[in-house]
Design a protein around this ligand. Structure first.
Ligand code: ATP
Length: 219
């Protein structure tokens, strides 16, 4: 069954979520308080509706409770974002994801029961910083405060060695969970698999251990 989503706030972030969900075949109701935003998404979203999400009656009249997941993508107006989240909770929405503008905003959202709080600017900043510090780090995904998954381009210190020869798990406490090789992905590579030129290693582990590995092997 198709899942049904609501996206509130059609700025760059909310807008790109709407486009991507539609691309993935989902039903999306897109809401913004400004008419020009609603017009922009009228041909893209399943429904595009003009409403102020801080107006509880308006939210209820849209039948928002029946949707699977509501994404609050209001940026600058932190008060509106908090109030909207609070009302969505009261209405009994099953799952609420909210974009936070800063750490204080994030804390409040977690306290009032947002199921997931995202921080796209901060997260993207971290990912780009890792890539700037080490050219070989292609991507970086935070799993928790202390653990991450990192995509690392194999360099001359790694190429030609088998996984067992590199002994990364014993030396650094991190695991190679997959290798991207051209269009192929080798999931759970074996001990005797040899790293080739152009390989991209997908590594999982504690941040401290990954940093140690990056410093020793990737410079
Ligand atoms: P982005 O960086 O994603 O572009 P932004 O910083 O531009 O976000 P805002 O412009 O503050 O974010 O908000 C995103 C959208 O949310 C805007 O189009 C705005 O009209 C809409 N919005 C703000 N408050 C409300 C509200 N109470 N009800 C509905 N939509 C709202």
């Amino acid at each position: 069954m198709k899942k049904e989503f609501v996206v509130i706030g059609l700025g760059r972030f909310g807008g790109s979520i709407v486009r991507e969900l539609v691309e993935q075949g989902m039903e999306v109701m897109a809401i913004d308080k400004f008419e020009d935003k609603v017009d922009e998404f009228s041909q893209i979203a399943t429904h595009a509706v003009m409403a102020d999400s801080t107006d509880e009656a308006a939210l209820r009249s849209l039948g928002i409770r029946n949707f699977d997941h509501v994404i609050v993508a209001i940026g600058d107006d932190i008060q509106a974002s908090i109030l909207t989240t609070l009302m969505l909770k009261e209405i009994g929405v099953k799952k609420i994801t909210v974009k936070a503008q800063n750490d204080y905003h994030e804390k409040v959202l977690e306290r009032i029961g947002a199921d997931k709080v995202v921080h796209p600017e901060r997260d993207m900043g971290k990912r780009i910083a890792h890539n700037i510090v080490s050219n070989n780090v292609l991507d970086y995904l935070e799993l928790s405060d202390e653990h991450s998954i990192v995509e690392i381009a194999a360099n001359s210190l790694l190429i030609g060695n088998s996984i067992i020869e590199l002994d990364i798990r014993a030396k650094y406490g991190i695991n190679i969970v997959a290798i991207k090789r051209g269009d192929d992905i080798i999931v759970s590579p074996q001990a005797n698999d040899v790293i080739q030129k152009g390989d991209i290693l997908i590594v999982i582990g504690a941040d401290n251990d990954i940093n140690r590995f990056e410093k020793r092997v990737m410079q």
